[in-house]
Design a protein around this ligand. Structure first.
Ligand SMILES: Cc1cc2nc3c(=O)[nH]c(=O)nc-3n(C[C@H](O)[C@H](O)[C@H](O)COP(=O)(O)OP(=O)(O)OC[C@H]3O[C@@H](n4cnc5c(N)ncnc54)[C@H](O)[C@@H]3O)c2cc1C
Length: 222
């Protein structure tokens, strides 16, 4: 693909945690990892990256031993942070994210609302922050709009944000994916179909038909 001889490409995925994609059911993870391994991707799981250098990556192979993988291309996909503008603006934040009140206002600065990747809300079910996703950002936007209108009118009875998880789909190629939609585990082509529908719907909601048509994914056939 892309005129690069397959035999010249080695892809290694280093994951620090004991398993990849821990938010998914083990069977879905096994399926996703299997698909990628069949395509030649190597997984090194439970191996934290220690250092990215100019010509490779050093990782902890065990508690006492470090190893190196030579690499010409390193893709860092291990963590999301909010915008540095947040910290530069003087908000109390961790990795550019502000722990907001239930109504999305900022503690100590209740005239300010923060949503999306720059906000942090704890999931009461597991006491961990909700992940930074478009799904949560879009739901926050609706509540923020209501609360902003209330604030402009001097109404202090603001609405609390409540997250409604509609599912998560993880793409593993053009025609493959794993996911949970409306509580059901899905994988393979049906999951990839759903992923495209979800992405197109998000674009429609954000930008209308024009944005969906120009940026959407419409290759639904295999
Ligand atoms: C590769 C990738 C894949 C993802 N896939 C998914 C997915 O499948 N599903 C999902 O739900 N979420 C996904 N996400 C997460 C999702 O994109 C974000 O959670 C969501 O976009 C957050 O919305 P936001 O409005 O907070 O920030 P953004 O959508 O990032 O919008 C912030 C905007 O602010 C602009 N901006 C930044 N700095 C400044 C500045 N100083 N001045 C003016 N403008 C500025 C940026 O250019 C950007 O347009 C993905 C993210 C990445 C990076």
């Amino acid at each position: 693909m892309y005129d690069v001889p397959r035999e010249k490409v080695r892809i290694v995925c280093l994951e620090a945690a004991p398993k990849v994609l821990p938010q998914f059911d083990a069977k879905l993870v096994d399926y996703g990892v299997g698909v990628l391994e069949d395509r030649g991707v190597e997984f090194l799981v439970g191996k934290p990256v220690k250092e990215a250098t100019a010509d490779g990556v050093r990782y902890a192979a065990s508690e006492t031993e470090e190893k190196e993988i030579k690499a010409g291309t390193i893709i860092w996909a291990a963590g999301v942070r909010g915008n540095s503008v947040i910290e530069a603006s003087g908000f109390e934040a961790g990795r550019g994210r502000v722990k907001v009140n239930h109504n999305l206002t900022v503690p100590g600065n209740e005239e300010i609302l923060i949503i999306g990747d720059c906000s942090l809300i704890i999931n009461p079910a597991n006491e961990r922050p909700y992940p930074t996703t478009a799904q949560i950002a879009m739901q926050q936007a609706d509540v923020a709009a209501i609360n902003l209108a209330k604030m402009v009118k001097g109404d202090t009875d603001l609405v609390d944000f409540e997250y409604h998880e509609k599912g998560t789909v993880c793409s593993i190629g053009d025609n493959d994916a794993i996911g949970v939609v409306f509580g059901k585990n899905i994988k393979g082509y049906p999951a990839s179909f759903m992923k495209k529908v979800i992405d197109d719907r998000a674009l429609l909601l954000i930008g209308g038909t024009g944005v969906m048509m120009s940026k959407g994914k419409f290759k639904f056939y295999k």
